[in-house]
Write a protein that binds this ligand. Sequence first.
Ligand code: 13P
Length: 252
Amino acid sequence: MRKTIVAGNWKMNMDLEEGLSLARSLDQYFRNTPSGKTEVIICTPFIHLTGVSDIIKGGSIKLGAQNCASEVSGAFTGEVSASMIKSTGAEYVIIGHSERRSYYHEDNDMLSKKTGIALDTGLNVIFCCGEVKDEREAGVHFNIVKCQLEEGLFNLDAEKMEKIIIAYEPVWAIGTGLTATPEQAQEMHKHIRSLVRDKYGNSVSDNMTILYGGSCKPSNAAEIFSNPDVDGGLIGGASLKKDDFVAIVEAG
Ligand code: 13P
C-alpha cells in the first residue's frame, strides 16, 4: 500500500525553455521505460507548471509546485495560490522546505495554514522537516522534527493526513554533498513513522510515504532507499540532470 516516490525539486533553476526541454526528455524516457512501482514527481518553478503539464499529459510523471500562498485568494501581490497551482494540472505542492523556513521565515503556524489550504484545494502535500547542523550536534534533532510535525501537521484529521507525504531533509545535508548515513536516515524515518503512529494509528503510519532529501545522488540513492522506513527521495541538484534523476528513480 505504501508508495515509493522519487520527486525532483528543481528549486529556482532553469529558464522556461530549459525547464521544458528537461521535462520533454524525462517524459520521453519514462513513457518508453516505465518506472515500475516508483512514482515520479517533478516540482518545478511556478512559471514552468503549465508548459510541463502539457508535456507530461497522458504519461506517468506527476507534477508539483514548490510552495503556495498562505491565503486562498485576493490582494496578495506576487503570491501564487493553491487553486492556481491546481488549475495547471499539478497534483502536488512542497510545503515547509528548509529554504522557505530559513530565508522566508515561514514558521510552523504558517506552514500549517498553507497545508490546510493546499489540501482543501485538492493538492497532495509534500511536507518537509529536518534539523540544522547545530541541532544535530546538540542531539536535539529528534525533538526538532517532532515539534515541526506536531505544530505543522498534526492538527489534520486522519483522512487529510493520508494525503501527506513527509520529506525528511536534514538541513546540513542539503546542497552540501554531505549525506545522512543510511543509519541516520533510517533512525529518523522510524522516529517520524512512530510519531505518526502514536497520533493516527497503524493504518495511516504504515501507508505513509516518507522521503529522504539531502545530497541524494545516483551513487548513494540505492543504499539510502533500501532502508525499511525510507520510501524514496526528494532530490534537488541531481534532479536537474536527466541521467542522474533517472538513475535515482531506478534506485527507488
Ligand atoms: P540537494 O539534493 O541539492 O541536496 O537538495 C535537496 C533538497 O533540498 C530537495 O528538496
